[in-house]
Every structure is written in C-alpha cells, then in structure tokens.
Ligand binder design. Structure first.
Ligand code: NAG
Ligand code: NAG
Ligand code: NAG
Ligand code: NAG
Ligand code: NAG
Ligand code: NAG
Ligand code: NAG
Ligand code: NAG
Ligand code: NAG
Ligand code: NAG
Ligand code: NAG
Ligand code: NAG
Length: 409
C-alpha cells in the first residue's frame, strides 16, 4: 500500500476544538469552521484583578450567524450568555476577516468567580487574516494571539471557509504564513488541495541539473560477532513530482540497521534525509520491499506544504530482486517511481541484504537495464543465424527442384 502521510494534519485534527457547519436558508452549507480558541480575561474579583482562562467549548450554537454574497458572520454562542463572532468580506477573488467580537457575561460565576460586576462586556479586534482565495479554506495550525483590551484570545488549529459556494467545503486551502517553515522569502499563502496530492506550489523556478550523486558505501554489522551482514553501495537522488531533485550526500551519513533471516533493514540518516530500506527474503529470492523517506530539507518547495517534514512511505515494492546468497547490481542510472510524489534514482548500485560472507559482495545478479546491453548482440546474432538458416533452406529446396527437373527429362 502506498500512503502519503501528512502525519501532522492527522495529529492536529485530534486536538480538541470546535467544529460548526452554518447553513443558508436553503439548508446548504455556506460557512464552515473548525478551530480552537483559548481565552484569558482580566476582571475584578473581590477588589483584586483576577484572570480567568478557558477555552471555547465544543458545544456551541451558531444562532446569529449569517451568510451573504459579499459578507458573512460566524457567531458562536456558548455557556451562560457568552459569544464569539467573526465576520468576513469578499475582496475581489479573495476574502478576508473583518472584526472579531467577543462578548462575555461576568455574571457567569463558573467562569468568573467572585466577579464584582454582573455586566456583559464586549471587546473587538481586527485580526490580520487576508487574501484567502475564494473557494478555499483558511488553514492555520500555528497559534495566533489576538489582544483586545482586557482579553487575550489564542487561536490555533483553524480551518475556516466562508462563502462556500457549492454546498460543500473545499479541499483547497490557503495556508497562513506562520505554518510555512522557512525563514527565506516564502509566499505568505500557498494554495493546496489537502486530501490528495498537493498541487504544485505557485512559484516554479527551473531546477539546475544536479551532478551525479556521490556513491556511498554502507554496511550493517552483525550483533553477535561484528561482521558485516548487509552491504550496500550506491549513489542516490530523490526526485519530487514537481521537478525538484536532491542528491543524497554520503559524507556524514550514519548507517545502521538489522539483519534477519526473512527481513533486513538499512537505515541511512544524513543531514536532511532519512531513508529506511526494508528487504525481505522468501529463502530463494530477496527484494527491496519497503522504503520510508523522511526529509526536512527546507529548499524543497514541496515541503512548504507540510508543517514539519515530508514523509513518504511505500511498503509494497518489488525492486532489486536477486537470489539469496548473491548480490543485486545495477551500474546504470535507475529511475524508480516510489509514490506519485517521489522518485528514487540510483547510480552504481550494488546491494546484498542477506547471507554476506566474509564482508564482501557475493556473485552479482545484474539488473535488466544492464542486461539489455548484453541482450542486444544476442538478439542481433539470433536474427542473423535465422536469416542464414532461411537462405540455406531456400538453397537446398532450389537445388532439389532443379534435380527433380533433370530427372523427368
Ligand atoms: C459538518 O459537516 C461535515 C460534512 O457534512 C460533517 O462531517 C461534520 O460532522 C459536521 N460537523 C458538525 C459539527 O455538524
Ligand atoms: C488551550 O488550553 C488548553 C487547556 O488549557 C491547552 O492544552 C492548550 O495548549 C491551549 N492552546 C493554546 C493554543 O494556547
Ligand atoms: C495578554 O498577553 C500579553 C502578552 O503575553 C500579556 O502581557 C497580558 O497580560 C495578557 N493579558 C491577559 C488578559 O491575559
Ligand atoms: C450543549 O449546550 C446546551 C445549551 O448550551 C445544553 O442544553 C446541552 O446539554 C449541551 N450538550 C452537551 C452535550 O453538553
Ligand atoms: C463586522 O462586525 C463588526 C462588529 O460587529 C461591524 O462593525 C462591521 O461592520 C462588520 N463588518 C461587516 C462587513 O459586516
Ligand atoms: C447586577 O448588579 C447590580 C449592582 O451591582 C444589581 O443592582 C443588579 O440587580 C444585578 N443584576 C443582576 C441581573 O444580577
Ligand atoms: C482546487 O485545486 C484544483 C487542483 O487541485 C483546481 O483544479 C481547482 O480549480 C481548485 N479550486 C479552486 C476553487 O481554487
Ligand atoms: C483535489 O484533488 C483531487 C485529486 O487530484 C481531485 O479529485 C479533487 O477534485 C480536488 N479537489 C478540489 C476541491 O479541487
Ligand atoms: C557471525 O554470525 C553470523 C550469524 O550469527 C554467522 O552466520 C556468521 O557465520 C558469523 N561469522 C563469523 C565470522 O563468525
Ligand atoms: C566530509 O565533510 C567534512 C565536513 O563537512 C569535510 O571536511 C570533508 O572533506 C568531507 N569529505 C569528503 C570526502 O567530501
Ligand atoms: C517512517 O520513518 C519515520 C521516521 O523516520 C517513522 O516515524 C515512521 O514510523 C516510519 N513509517 C513506517 C511506516 O515505517
Ligand atoms: C523518472 O520517472 C518518473 C515517473 O515515471 C518520470 O516522471 C521522470 O521524468 C523520470 N525521470 C527521468 C530522469 O527519466
């Protein structure tokens, strides 16, 4: 099975928050919101300044929310007369937030114990949430502190779509700049389609062609007696769908792993890429079965779409197959599609994950790419031999005919 794991999306969704669907008068979804809001409110209790902290509960009502073509309001009412509201306006092809209004009832002794006042107070703030593409969700996992008079509101894990047009929430997202993990000039917003393959980021600069990657030599030692039980030699390059490529740097790479009878593992950890190769053996043949690539190389733009790192796993591969007791070798450049986001290029490859004897590679089984160079002369030779045979047969038949002819005369 092939997975693309935006692991952290899943983790964030587990955090407690508030989710609401606001429908219009036709009963169709017009505004969607899922978010976490933590409040910190200063108030006077028994003559002293006190502070109350609480979160927006998951049980809210949306009375007071409304959807129009150019302006919409989300109102979340909770507890004993409190409400949190945010309104949105359309601005060309984008939309933006206008005002956050928070009303809190100081008479609610569960949140504001010993409050001297019993009034309902209201504060407003103008959050800087702009340029959200129409037809996309605004997504911001990072914390955003909004201060309004005596109230601090911390927003996190926000996923909001206002102006929903076709009755269902968009898969495309406008990601806030705080979620983009770079210090270099990054676009403030990146539009992506979250459920499946992310779309190509808007800025595509042609990538310069890379030099052939350095060939690295790696080994895994047997626990019992410290002899090599897995050997691998190769140069690696990783290609991302949208054209970006990076070479794997052997210098500084740490190799580790384990050897078993049916399964062996090689773990390579370099500065910016971690790769786990899992080989399996059915006692006759071995093959590369699973590959787990994790990278946090910031220069790969695809990574901008993922909060912390990019992870790619395929556990259903059948690559580098050879007999147990031999090694697999492929000197030519090999291009293997691992997932639809990632390709793995190998150069000067030789691996032996099982039954390494005396710390050296056993007889090599050459890859089919190399075989074709041997196959071509064989095919040409066979064709020539066939041609000669046809000529000989034709000659013999011709001779016979003439002989038969002479006899009748
Ligand atoms: C909102 O709608 C989505 C899609 O129909 C649904 O999965 C989700 O449970 C709804 N959430 C709430 C709070 O009603
Ligand atoms: C909100 O409050 C909860 C409970 O106190 C805490 O676990 C969480 O980290 C807070 N979130 C933010 C964004 O401050
Ligand atoms: C709001 O946050 C600021 C900065 O962290 C802090 O100085 C202030 O005391 C906070 N106010 C409240 C009401 O928590
Ligand atoms: C949700 O809130 C309403 C009113 O605020 C209350 O009647 C209801 O019991 C609450 N439900 C849960 C599951 O807390
Ligand atoms: C948003 O709400 C604020 C406060 O309720 C209000 O002053 C403002 O006019 C509203 N904006 C729009 C576009 O409706
Ligand atoms: C609010 O407090 C004032 C005095 O501080 C009191 O007169 C009034 O009855 C209180 N109202 C409620 C609803 O408790
Ligand atoms: C969402 O993304 C898809 C490509 O993944 C694109 O075809 C579509 O137009 C986008 N929708 C919007 C509303 O931007
Ligand atoms: C997201 O991408 C998938 C596959 O590329 C596509 O089927 C789907 O329509 C896209 N969603 C949107 C909203 O464009
Ligand atoms: C080291 O141990 C492995 C497995 O335990 C064994 O197959 C191998 O023969 C041993 N090598 C030496 C040199 O003892
Ligand atoms: C490996 O890296 C170190 C430090 O970055 C450098 O000094 C050394 O020359 C490099 N070795 C090779 C073979 O490139
Ligand atoms: C892939 O590797 C990462 C870290 O290197 C690890 O957290 C994750 O569990 C691995 N996934 C699989 C399916 O092995
Ligand atoms: C490698 O394979 C992928 C997928 O088949 C393809 O898109 C890419 O162009 C290939 N790269 C080279 C250098 O052949």
């Amino acid at each position: 099975s092939t997975w693309f794991i935006a692991l952290f999306f899943a983790v964030f969704q587990l955090s407690h928050g508030t989710e609401v669907n606001v429908t219009n008068k036709d009963g169709k979804l017009c505004l969607y919101a899922s978010l976490t809001v933590n409040f910190s409110v200063e108030y006077t209790a028994a003559g002293k300044v006190s502070s109350a902290t609480f979160g927006l509960p998951s049980n809210v009502t949306t009375t007071g929310s409304k959807c129009d073509n150019t302006s919409s309001t989300l109102t979340l009412n909770f507890g004993a007369g409190h409400s949190w509201s945010i309104n949105f306006t359309v601005n060309g092809k984008n939309y933006q937030t206008d005002t956050i209004t928070f009303s809190y009832n100081l008479n609610d002794s569960s949140l504001f114990p010993n409050s001297e006042s019993n009034e309902t107070k209201s504060v407003t703030a103008k959050p800087q949430i702009t340029d959200i593409g129409l037809g996309t969700c605004y997504s911001c996992k990072s914390r955003d502190l909004i201060q309004a008079d005596l109230v601090n509101m911390t927003l996190s894990d926000v996923l909001i779509q206002a102006f929903v047009s076709n009755g269902s929430r968009s898969e495309n997202e406008t990601i806030c700049s705080a979620d983009v993990p770079t210090t270099t000039a990054a676009p403030t917003t990146t539009v992506t389609n979250s459920t499946s393959t992310p779309t190509t980021p808007p800025t595509t600069t042609p990538t310069p062609t890379l030099p052939t990657p350095t060939t690295g030599k790696y080994g895994v030692k047997n626990d019992a007696n410290g002899t090599d039980c897995l050997l691998a030699t190769f140069g690696l390059r990783i290609g991302f769908t949208q054209g970006e490529e990076m070479n794997f740097e052997p210098n500084g790479t740490k190799a580790s792993g384990s050897c078993g009878t049916n399964s062996s593992e090689l773990l390579l950890v370099s500065n910016d890429i971690t790769i786990m190769f899992t080989f399996i053996s059915d006692s006759k043949k071995f093959r590369l079965h699973a590959l787990n690539v994790t990278t946090h190389a910031h220069h790969i733009k695809l990574l901008l779409l993922f909060p912390l790192f990019y992870l790619c796993v395929n556990t259903n591969l059948s690559l580098w197959e050879a007999s147990v007791g031999s090694s697999y070798m492929c000197n030519k450049e090999q291009n293997n599609t691992i997932t639809n986001l990632l390709s793995l290029y190998t150069f000067n490859l030789q691996v032996q994950p099982f039954e390494v004897k005396k710390g050296v590679f056993s007889t090599a089984h050459e890859c089919s790419l190399d075989d074709t160079s041997i196959l071509i002369p064989i095919i040409v030779g066979a064709a020539l031999a066939g041609l000669i045979l046809v000529v000989v047969i034709a000659y013999v038949i011709g001779r016979r005919k003439t002989y038969v002819g002479y006899q009748t005369l």
